[in-house]
Design a protein around this ligand. Sequence first.
Ligand code: G3I
Ligand code: 9MR
Ligand code: ZN
Length: 533
Amino acid sequence: MRKVRVNQIGYKTAAEKYAVFADLDEDDRTFTVVEAETDKTVFEGTITKAKPYKVSGEYNSAGFFTEVTCPGKYKIVTAKGEESYVFEIGDKIYDKTLINVFRVLYLQRCGIKLPEAYAKEFAHEACHNSPARIYGTDEKLDVNGGWHDAGDYGRYIVSGAKAVMDLFIAYEANPALFNDAMNIPESGNGVPDILDEARYELEWMFKMQDSKTGGVYHKVTGERFPGFVMPQHETWEMVVSPVSNTATADFAAIMALSSTVYKDIDTGFANKCLGAAKKAFDYVVKHQDAPGFKNPDGIVTGEYPDDNCFDEIMWAAVELYKVTEDESYADVILSAYEKVTKWTILGWDDVGGYAAYSALTSDLLKKNHLDFWTRLKSDFINQVDDMVDEAKANPYFISRTDTFEWGSNMSIADNGMILWMANKISPNQDYVIYMKYNLDYIFGINAVDYCFVTGEGSNSPVHPHHRPSAALGKPMPGMLVGGPDNGLHDETAARLLADKAPAACYIDHLDSYSTNEICVYWNSPLIALLAMC
Ligand code: G3I
Ligand code: 9MR
Ligand code: ZN
């Protein structure tokens, strides 16, 4: 592992540029930026005083070289000869990465054949397309479509809603980046590919709504996880798990917003989204006290449990209020708000960040409920400022204090999104600067010296916990792995990482699903962050 950590893909010309150093000799105090091909020095800089950091288990210091703006390939070399990987400076350096990271969603599509023309070596026959059985009954339901969630082939509503929302926010942040030529079958149809891809998931979500009650089934999976086979070879019965309040509320939120996003693209589709959203919302307000989802007997696939559905309900009420301008939704927003505490989280379980962002960008809410709007704004901004303070105190400039959880890379990408949102709501240069540091962390400035996206940078995962990659013996490009998890939630992590500091609890091992799996909703905030940086 190198002692000099850089963004292995590189830095845009106008961006803040820095390296983080680990365990340098005490007298190694300066560094140079040299041209990779000629070894010519273009910049000399000093290294901050090293401090012990128990979360990384290292003595960390940093060096800035923002002044280097000339496009090219470089490396960092310290006075005593420690070298970084080669990285690039330029304004187009993330273009290929973005396409790859985005196209993973296409490659995760379920229910259709992925032809070689689009999927290359990850092409496969249609999968999971016979009707599924509704748990506890003999009733069959057509729930074909949607994205495989992750390294497994389950399809889950709460995680899908997060992924779609991130795509909408990515598109909002930088529409020019997402054209109609991103190499998916819908390319060239006149609709930005990112909205085509999101719609693939939405079309599946419709099928997951119970037409009688409006409630939304939590997930469709086998009874257990399959082996490392291609998706068309998981042929056992698919089971639709029961309706949950969190799935139903997330569905209502994303469908309500979709009715606006697709309004000028396809009015019929937009109306269908709104109708489905209202029906789901009515169901969930009636069932808001129901216990959160638990795997029913005999089903052991991903659970996505969540006992508090008020953040989801608030998010749904905000989106419905924005489209319908109906004050009855505002009543629900105000009452749900009292039961939510976290406003800087964009998870599959806590969606308070989406609720806050959508509410704080509503002129109508501001006009009609100014006191509430002002209170929410200060809750949100106070929590964002705490995040920035944490990042300022952290040697890797990320908002972390002591632990790393399953999917920590998602939280780090999410934090970048939150800072973008905060800057829109209450402009502040610190938010913009610290937003980008999250991207630098993901691309290499971290305690394990990995660029956490398969196929990108100089040192990236090659054994992701991802069934198609394992079945074919090659990592699908563009996937963000989960990253450090000091909970050591799988046997391999427990065996190989027991003595590691929290930030170093990562292993590029096929069996380490708690550190090295991939998910559509881990790629999605990275797509958004790339659109923002
Ligand atoms: O909520 C607590 C928090 O209070 C605490 O501070 C933190 C410290 O570790 O833990 C938090 O709980 C964690 C929870 O996620 C919420 O972030 C649990 O420890 C952690 O085990 C749990 O991990 C989830 C994992 O499933 C197991 O349930 C991941 O977020 C989630 O991404 C992952 O999802 C799986 C699906 O089930 C199946 N498909 C693959 C997917 C990715 O591995
Ligand atoms: O492959 C599964 C992965 O997608 C899940 O995120 C993970 C946690 O639910 O479980 C994985 O499956 C493992 C199972 O939990 C335990 N036996 C080994 C399975 C595959 O390695
Ligand atoms: Zn499938």
